[in-house]
Design a protein around this ligand. Sequence first.
Ligand code: SF4
Length: 272
Amino acid sequence: MHDAVYLTKSRYTAGLQCLRRLWLNVREAGVWETPESGSTEDVGLEIGRMAHLLFPGGVLVQEKPWEHAAAVARTGTLMADRSVPAIFEAAFEHSGVRVRVDVLERLPRGYWGMRETKSSGEVKDHHYDDVAVQLHVLRNTGVRLSSVEILHVNKAYVRGQKGISWPRFFRRVEVKTETRKRLDGIEIRLKQQLACLSRTQAPKIEPDGHCHAPYSCEHWDRCTASKPADWVFHMPNLNAARRTELKALGVESISSIRRIFVCHRANRSSAM
Ligand code: SF4
């Protein structure tokens, strides 16, 4: 088995969007690339570090992504130490799924709170899936969770003269109920994704609207390289259902639609 055959939260969300994207990201791209300074990922990491300020006394699991087993062991040690109020980048693994939880907050009576930080100004629909895969792993490794929150940037916050108030800079939103709904069928989806990563070649998936939601796929140019310049995808007001119909007819270019329309009219005239 290829040594890249495991899932993480970012791999899982990539796979939800498109299995081909998952395969290309993992099997062809550099797995441990550091985000460029100023990139979206870099900003996200910086926001995540700022969120740590909301949990004074929290301890960071410093092990790198490629040291996952050591990170899991270190997390276990920190969880057993009651003097640690929160763990940053807490590591867990279950059935080929590895996660690092942004913040695992110790709560009363042996419970924990899972905190996911986002650099966006609101909770977005795809965030629930991101959190759900972590919830799935933590539940299956015996972590008792009583609260699941997304911490996002508070758009209404205005910095005061005394500097930034980090508790007011972030909004904390309880998302446990919504996230639980995303657990339905997650085992099947995870198995499909792991099976996809075991393949020796990327699955063939036609580019379409899914390539731009929730993320703009980094493989768009590659997947669309053989499409005609007047590809029907670029036709305004043509919805996905119509594109599928045209594809079934073997029509890929806008000029072909016109040809088919003209032929159709000619056939009808000669039949009269
Ligand atoms: S461009 Fe579209 S089809 Fe290609 S990998 Fe990305 S999401 Fe999948």
